[in-house]
Ligand binder design. Structure first.
Ligand SMILES: Nc1ncnc2c1ncn2[C@@H]1O[C@H](COP(=O)(O)OP(=O)(O)OP(=O)(O)O)[C@@H](O)[C@H]1O
Ligand SMILES: [Mg+2]
Length: 243
């Protein structure tokens, strides 16, 4: 039986950290039955999160206040919401199993909002998350080729393949070139091999069209990670909410 190591009283002005797993008292240590202490799992998560700091966009302002139980999300298709809710409730287990989700649909149907909920749930559990519109990801990769940029390709690549969750937004919006196909394949393949999770959004609803756009080997691996794409139907919510 493991018990949390008691947290010392807070010093003047000191803030308290809480354990993202709800196991220790926030100090990163637990007591075994023989009164020896051992590190709490939350320490490993903190290290992994620290390594991914500064990657991607984080959760953009527009999507920060989203919740499955509040408008506008709660108005989406109940079948889709049930699926996403279950995934989010099991986020720890799903990420450990390298499972993700994939949303497809027309412009403005709520795909990115749903994907952001998944990323938000992962962050709340202390998981490392990198959120990228794919066009920006490719631009950041290109930027590492510039000697002046100070960032190395391998360092970015290693981070991209090792975060607990890689959120690829708007896959297929990038211009198709051999280089793009190769980069996407390298990242997705590496994550697939290591059983790491990916969440994807795309406007390309037809799987054959997507195979053509990003390569069938990449699509095949994404399907194994994320399962079948979840179609998000409906009008462009940007237009309806503006009207
Ligand atoms: N159920 C909903 N009802 C009304 N508005 C919504 C709903 N879900 C999301 N929105 C709002 O609609 C807009 C579009 O949502 P979102 O960005 O998630 O769409 P998208 O499918 O990712 O679009 P795109 O294909 O252009 O990237 C956002 O402003 C979002 O806050
Ligand atoms: Mg989107």
């Amino acid at each position: 039986m493991l018990r949390p190591v008691p947290q010392p009283e807070e010093g003047a002005g000191g803030g308290r950290r809480s354990c993202v797993l709800g196991i220790c008292e926030g100090n990163g240590w637990i007591l075994r039955e023989d009164n020896q202490s051992e590190p709490c799992e939350c320490q490993e998560r903190m290290v992994s999160r620290a390594a991914s700091r500064g990657m991607g966009t984080g959760i953009p302002k527009r999507y920060r206040e989203l919740s499955l139980s509040r408008k506008p999300i709660c108005d989406l298709d109940p079948f889709v919401l049930r699926h996403v809710r279950t995934f989010v409730e099991q986020i720890d287990m799903q990420l450990s199993a390298g499972k993700g989700l994939w949303f497809t649909g027309d412009v403005g149907t709520g795909k990115t909002s749903l994907a952001m909920l998944v990323s938000q749930a992962a962050e709340r559990k202390g998981r490392s998350v990198a959120i990228y519109p794919v066009t920006r990801l490719l631009a950041e990769i290109k930027n590492t080729y510039d000697r002046e940029s100070g960032g190395s390709y391998m360092s970015l690549f290693r981070k991209l393949v090792s975060v607990d969750l890689l959120h690829l937004d708007d896959l297929g919006a990038e211009k198709r070139t051999d280089w793009v196909l190769q980069e996407l394949y390298s990242i997705v393949n590496e994550r697939w091999q290591d059983e790491r999770s990916v969440v994807v959004t795309t406007n390309i609803t037809d799987l054959d069209e997507l195979r053509n756009e990003i390569g069938s080997r990449t699509v095949s691996r994404l399907v194994e990670i994320c399962g079948d794409p979840i179609p998000i139907m409906g009008p462009d919510l940007r237009l309806t909410s503006a009207g």
